[in-house]
Design a protein around this ligand. Structure first.
Ligand code: SAH
Ligand code: SF4
Ligand code: F3S
Length: 472
């Protein structure tokens, strides 16, 4: 597996290769037309926003091939499972659901099953699928997403299993058709892959080397979304702050963000994820300078202890992280801050864990995504000695969550009496749901017609997770 660390050439998929895929979509359409069938497809997504964005492209290709979308496995002519490998639990869920699909396939024998995404980049997963999951017809890793129409056509015509799982530094394919899930909020990838090799993390192995899209491609996609009426764009990358390092255009992420924010219109720009290693004052100043950029920063710290941070290969220490937070808040006093943290990294002692607790008290995050360390095959941390018991890790995890719940409640309570501007994005149990610029969930009574508009809401109540209010 380590071999992928030494392969570093991005494959740019040519316009010609993508045109061939369009022709394959046409051939799939004809395959079904000949039988007088309108085929239906189910795409099931696990994992992060990057996978959500990929699934929108898988649906785009399926739609171009004549498929209608359904939201159930039962009766679907093709099922695509877009998987996540970040923790062992994610893998187990997928294998559990895969097992159940033997039954849906028996009831609907023409059903074809594909597995793609990050698990398809794990050699031991591919082996297991080959040996024990014969009802899976096709597997492709993230580097081969663009050739899904060809794989599907081969499965339909030749009735043979297909595998597109070769490892590579990664590909960039512009112009894959996309069927977006929402009309209000859109994802736009600015880069793919990751070069950081944090010692616990599987992502660089399954998603390949860091590669940036050309600024003009990113800007054009954002402009298109804004012209179509999208109100929120989230720029995606595993480490957006290293955007542009592999291009010759001299742009960094702050330059890109600042340029996108010049596109006229009423919308908000968000981005994730920022790695503290490359975050800069320049970025915070750009965020502060435009009302179109949300004053929200997701800046994962993972651990509050310097020894653990070093063992994680994170390339910053506690002092540097806190300095970044100071600079960010200096530029944006109302900044909403969120973060990721791992509990129970191999060898983490009680004192080291307490450094994490004290860091979250010092910073006062609005919300935190908390994880218990999960060893990933092939990563350095999976081989480190890990004497801490599961019970101890669970107990630390609970202390961390309790501490953050208290902090989140306090921060939410401080909104009471204030008026916030929100984007109304849906309704639930008779109330409208919306998000503040900082991404906080606000529920309030109002007419469904308000969905898709910005409103001012006065906050009257709060919980750990959300705010409640009324229209002003
Ligand atoms: N690129 C992002 C993170 C992507 S993964 C970044 O670097 O910030 C999302 C989160 O999952 C990580 O921030 C980390 O907290 C968690 N994570 C990753 N690998 C993990 C593992 N092996 N065990 C537990 N949590 C993990
Ligand atoms: Fe994983 Fe680290 Fe890359 Fe994030 S920056 S995806 S945690 S290797
Ligand atoms: Fe999971 Fe892959 Fe995202 S491992 S978190 S889906 S990059």
């Amino acid at each position: 597996m380590e071999v992928s660390a030494f392969m570093n050439k991005t494959t740019v998929i040519s316009a010609e290769a993508l045109r061939v895929q369009q022709e394959n979509c046409q051939k799939i359409k004809e395959y079904w037309l000949d039988q007088g069938i309108t085929p239906v497809a189910f795409v099931d997504t696990y994992g992060c926003q990057q996978n959500e964005a990929d699934s929108e492209r898988i649906r785009g290709m399926l739609e171009a091939a004549g498929y209608a979308m359904t939201d159930t496995e039962e009766g679907a002519d093709v099922i695509v499972i877009n998987t996540c490998a970040i923790r062992e639990h994610a893998n187990q869920r997928v294998f559990g659901n895969l097992g159940a699909l033997t039954h849906t396939k028996r009831r609907h024998p023409r059903q074809k099953i594909f597995l793609c995404g990050c698990m398809a980049g794990q050699p031991e997963v591919v082996e297991r699928l080959k040996k024990s999951y014969h009802h899976v017809d096709g597997v492709f890793n993230t580097h081969h997403l663009w050739m899904f129409p060809e794989l599907l056509l081969r499965v339909l015509r030749q009735k043979k299993r297909v595998w597109a799982v070769e490892d590579s530094a990664g590909s960039i394919a512009e112009g894959i058709p996309v069927r977006r899930s929402g009309k209000l909020k859109g994802w736009v990838s600015v880069m793919y892959g990751c070069n950081n090799f944090c010692s616990y993390c599987i992502v660089p192995y399954v998603r390949g080397r860091e590669r940036s899209r050309q600024p003009e491609d990113v800007i054009a996609e954002c402009r298109e979304l804004i012209e179509q009426g999208y109100k929120e764009i989230t720029l995606l990358g595993q480490n957006v702050n290293s955007y542009g390092k592999d291009l010759d255009c001299g742009w960094d992420f702050a330059d890109l963000l600042s340029e996108i924010a010049k596109i006229p219109g009423e919308y908000l720009l968000r981005f994730m994820t920022s790695h503290p290693r490359d975050a800069s004052k320049k970025l915070f100043d750009v965020m502060a300078s435009s009302p179109r950029i949300a004053k929200q920063l997701h800046l994962p710290f993972q651990s509050g202890n310097d020894r653990v941070l070093k063992a994680m290969n994170r390339h910053y220490d506690r002092a540097r992280y806190l300095e970044l937070i100071r600079l960010a808040r200096e530029a944006m006093p109302d900044l909403v801050l969120t973060s990721d943290v791992i509990v129970g990294f191999p060898g983490e002692t009680e004192e080291e864990f307490e450094d994490t607790l004290s860091l979250i008290e010092t910073v006062g995050y609005d919300a935190l995504f908390t994880f218990i360390f999960s060893p990933r095959p092939g990563t350095p941390a999976a081989k480190m000695e890990d004497p801490t018991s599961r019970e101890e890790k669970n107990a630390r995890f609970k202390r961390l969550c309790d501490t953050q719940d208290r902090i989140s409640s306090e921060r939410h309570r401080a909104y009471i009496g204030k008026t916030v501007r929100v984007l109304v994005d849906g309704s639930e149990d008779g109330l409208l749901t919306s998000r503040t610029e900082g991404g906080r969930l606000v529920r309030f009574p109002g007419a469904e017609e308000l969905i898709g508009t910005y409103q001012n809401v006065r906050i009257t109540d709060s919980t750990t997770w959300s705010l409640a209010g009324e229209l002003e």
